[in-house]
Ligand binder design. Structure first.
Ligand code: NOJ
Length: 477
């Protein structure tokens, strides 16, 4: 399939490129920058939610599933973007948000039966961003289930009319030429119809959770039996479009999702990013148990350059781009952007502003992002812009382009190991990829013929993997 080895570039629309000077990125802005994405060697672009939204969760609180937010442009702008992207050989993916809507979605009042309600707080379920997962609706004097922000109400996929409405929305986009969907928070699509209490946690959670939520196991509030009905609805609506699951579970639990989806993000790998041994374990588990999409960063968690630890960003990027299967680059990762400065005023109540700083296109005051005032401060010029990095043969952008080009040549049997502290060594057929995320030099695997180095000079002596470095080489014959 087209995505088997694709690089998929995540555009966080609000922060990518503004075209009309209102300080918010938009679809014509993306259109104007498609060449940048194509030049990276990406096969697809994934747009963060394009829909109308009151922006309590910046688009993940959808108020109309079949329209474009006026801040981003019009349906015609999206059509034009799809057309141009296809001309450039890029597929276009939307972010689809199946598990909740904004409480300002007309359905919330016109079709309350699409949501999950209770007269009294029925159980101990917790919201992902803190607090109980139940909110009082003063108008009806009932509680609605709200697994994220209070302004987001969970949908009830047990209801066949809701399923039909969501299928209609997906078909609407598939018919416009959308090639794939990233499905948001999919572990929440199936919940216990009896709303039973979660039991206490038996140990620490496999992936990071809000502290109160981490005190519970989650057999009922998420990932409950009965997944096949909603997932079949989604699959049938989109035909053979790419379906990527954002399923916040360890890879050992992704099997039932992958009966309907093409790939799921490997979050264990993402959270292991600075630790060679943990990375080796997570990559191995993902390859054994699932069809992983490798994520360097996204708009929810620390950026790779920050998460991987000082000096490790380039080596970790090289590694993740050379793993078998689709890899996702979040805008700015190709520049080595780390977390930005906290925004004033605060935009995201869950503290994610620092991950959503505008792209740095050039060295001008607003970095070429806008002619107006950016919705989030662009902060200090922590990394050089696209235009500066394009001129620099040693820049992160140059490295990422070279790694994406080399990816196409990597195939054959895969083996992943951590032969020395802090290292990850991946063999792929004729190639070996070696990175060292520790501060000490480590012995390298047998190698012959340097292909690419994470930092200038890393491949000078292939018997060594330098600290915070790495390389790709040919394996000896
Ligand atoms: C995951 C999205 O990536 C995140 O930004 C959002 O807040 C939650 N899902 C809720 O939709």
């Amino acid at each position: 399939m087209w995505w088997d080895n694709a690089v998929i570039y995540q555009v966080y629309l609000r922060s990518f490129q503004d075209s009309d000077g209102d300080g918010v990125g938009d679809l014509p802005g993306v259109l104007a920058r498609l060449e940048h994405i194509a030049k990276l060697g990406a096969g697809a672009v994934w747009l963060s939610p394009v829909y109308p939204s009151p922006n309590y969760d910046f688009g993940y609180d959808v108020s109309d599933f079949s329209a474009v937010h006026p801040d981003f442009g019009t349906l015609d702008d999206l059509d034009a973007l799809i057309t141009r992207a296809h001309e450039l050989g890029l597929r276009v993916m939307l972010d689809f948000v199946p598990c909740h809507t904004s409480i300002e979605h007309p359905w919330f009042r016109e079709h309350p039966e699409y949501y999950v309600w209770a007269k009294e707080i029925p159980n101990n379920w917790r919201a992902a961003f803190g607090g109980p997962a139940w909110e009082l609706d003063p108008q009806s004097n009932r509680y609605y289930l709200s697994s994220f922000f209070p302004e987001q109400a969970d949908l009830d996929w047990h209801n066949p009319q809701l399923r039909a409405a969501m299928a209609g929305a997906l078909r609407f986009w598939a018919q416009r030429g959308i090639d794939g969907f990233r499905l948001d928070a999919l572990d929440r699509i199936s919940k216990d119809a009896e709303l039973r209490d979660e039991p206490p946690a038996a140990g620490p959670p496999p992936l990071p959770l809000d502290p109160a939520d981490a005190e519970l196991e989650h057999p009922f509030s998420r990932n409950a039996p009965g997944l096949e009905v909603p997932l079949k609805t989604i699959r049938e609506a989109v035909g053979d479009a790419l379906l990527v699951g954002e399923v916040f579970l360890p890879t050992t639990e992704l099997g039932p999702y992958l009966e309907w989806l093409d790939i799921c993000f490997s979050f264990e790998t993402m959270f292991a990013a600075g630790d060679g041994e943990a990375l080796t374990e997570a990559i191995t588990a993902a390859l054994q148990n699932s069809r992983p999409g490798w994520v360097l960063s996204n708009h929810d968690f620390d950026r790779l350059a920050t998460r991987a630890g000082p000096g490790n960003g380039r080596a970790a990027t090289l590694l993740l781009l050379c793993l078998p299967g689709p890899a996702f680059i979040y805008q700015g990762d190709e520049l080595g952007m780390g977390n930005g400065v906290p925004a004033t005023p605060v935009q995201d109540r869950h503290g994610r502003d620092q991950l959503r700083m505008p792209m740095r296109w050039d060295e001008s005051e607003s970095a070429g992002f806008t002619t107006g005032t950016p919705w989030l401060s662009t902060g200090e010029a922590e990394v050089p812009s696209v235009s500066a990095q394009e001129r620099d043969p040693h820049s992160t952008l140059t490295l990422v382009r070279a790694a994406v080009t080399l990816r196409a040549e990597l195939d054959g049997p895969v083996a992943v190991e951590s032969p020395a502290p802090g290292t990850v060594v991946v063999t792929r057929g004729d190639h070996v990829i070696a990175v060292n995320l520790s501060a000490e030099p480590q012995p390298g695997p047998p190698a012959d013929g340097l292909e690419l180095e994470a930092n200038p000079g890393d491949g000078r002596d292939l018997s060594v993997i330098p600290p915070h470095g790495g390389w790709i080489a040919r394996r000896p014959r």
